[in-house]
Design a binder for this molecule. Structure first.
Ligand SMILES: [Fe+2]
Ligand SMILES: [Fe+2]
Length: 265
C-alpha cells in the first residue's frame, strides 16, 4: 500500500516563508510515500524557485500538473519548458502533462494533464467574465474574445490528446487509475459554494475536451475504476458521472496551503 498526499491550489507565491515551511512540515509529518499537486503553485516568474524549494523540503517523489496561475506574467509554452527542466534536475519530480503512465502500485496507475478552461460548457458568447488569465498569460493577452476562445479550445484539445495517449494504457493495465488535472472536466465537477457553475462561469472553469475524453475512455474500460482529482474553483464537491468514475474537486484558501487528502492506495 502507498500513502499519497494530494493538494491543489496552494498558491505558494502569496505565502510568507513561515507559512510555506509550516506546510512542508505538515507534509513531512504525514509520512507519505508520494505527493501529488493539482496546479496553481505560483506564477511564471517564481514557480521554478517555489517548486524546487518544496521538492527539496518535503523529500518525496512529487507528481504535478500546472494551473492557470502558474502561467501568469509568462507564457504557457515557457512555463511548461521550465517544468520539464525542473524534472530533469530532480529525479523524483514528474510533470504529468508531459509524462507517460506512472505506476503507483502493481494495481494503481497515475496519469494527468493541466487541462484548460475551454469555453465549451455554459455560454461563452454571452459571458461577461474576464479572467486575469486573459490579461496575464502571454498567449491570451491582447486577443479579442473570439480569438481567445479559439486558443482556449486548442489548449483544451491538447490536454485531451495527451489523455487519449496515456489513459487507455492505464485503464487496460491497472484496476484503479488516478487522473490529476487542474480544471474541472465537466459542469457537475465545477463546484462553488455547494453549487455547480452556471452558464456565465462554467466556460472559464471547465475543460469539456478533457471531460469528453474521460467519459469515452472510462466507458471502454468499465471494470477499471477512475478517480479524478482536480481543483481551480477553490471550492469542494464530489460527483460520479459514471459507475466507474468519481471526480473529487478540492478546495483551497489563499495563504493557507494544506493537504487536501491522504489517499491509501
Ligand atoms: Fe487556484
Ligand atoms: Fe486555477
Amino acid at each position: 500500500m502507498k500513502k499519497i498526499g494530494w493538494t491543489t491550489d496552494i498558491h505558494l507565491s502569496v505565502c510568507d516563508e513561515v507559512t510555506r515551511h509550516r506546510f512542508y512540515q505538515e507534509i513531512r509529518d504525514a509520512n507519505l510515500d508520494q505527493l501529488w499537486l493539482g496546479g496553481d503553485i505560483g506564477e511564471a516568474d517564481n514557480i521554478e524557485d517555489l517548486l524546487s524549494e518544496m521538492i527539496l523540503a518535503v523529500g518525496l517523489p512529487v507528481s504535478f500538473v500546472l494551473g492557470n496561475h502558474d502561467f501568469y506574467f509568462g507564457s504557457i509554452q515557457g512555463v511548461r519548458k521550465v517544468a520539464d527542466q525542473l524534472c530533469d534536475r530532480f529525479d523524483h519530480a514528474v510533470y504529468l502533462s508531459h509524462s507517460s503512465v506512472q505506476e503507483i502500485t502493481p494495481t494503481v496507475g497515475l496519469v494527468g494533464h493541466d487541462g484548460w478552461a475551454d469555453g465549451r460548457i455554459g455560454n461563452y458568447e454571452t459571458s461577461m467574465v474576464m479572467m486575469h488569465d486573459y490579461r496575464h498569460i502571454e498567449e491570451l493577452a491582447g486577443l479579442g474574445k473570439f480569438e481567445r476562445w479559439k486558443h482556449m479550445k486548442e489548449q483544451g484539445d491538447l490536454a485531451a490528446r495527451h489523455l487519449y495517449e496515456v489513459l487507455p494504457e492505464a485503464m487496460e493495465k491497472y484496476d484503479q487509475v488516478c487522473l490529476v488535472t487542474h480544471v474541472p472536466p465537466m459542469r457537475e465537477a465545477c463546484w462553488y459554494d455547494g453549487q455547480t457553475a452556471d452558464d456565465e462561469w462554467a466556460p472559464h472553469f471547465t475543460c469539456k475536451a478533457v471531460g469528453d475524453a474521460i467519459l469515452e475512455i472510462a466507458a471502454r474500460w468499465s471494470d477499471t475504476h477512475l478517480s479524478v482529482l482536480c481543483g481551480h474553483t477553490h471550492s469542494s464537491g464530489v460527483c460520479q458521472p459514471a459507475s466507474n468514475i468519481l471526480i473529487y474537486t478540492d478546495d483551497a484558501e489563499y495563504e493557507h496551503p494544506r493537504l487536501n487528502r491522504i489517499l491509501e492506495l
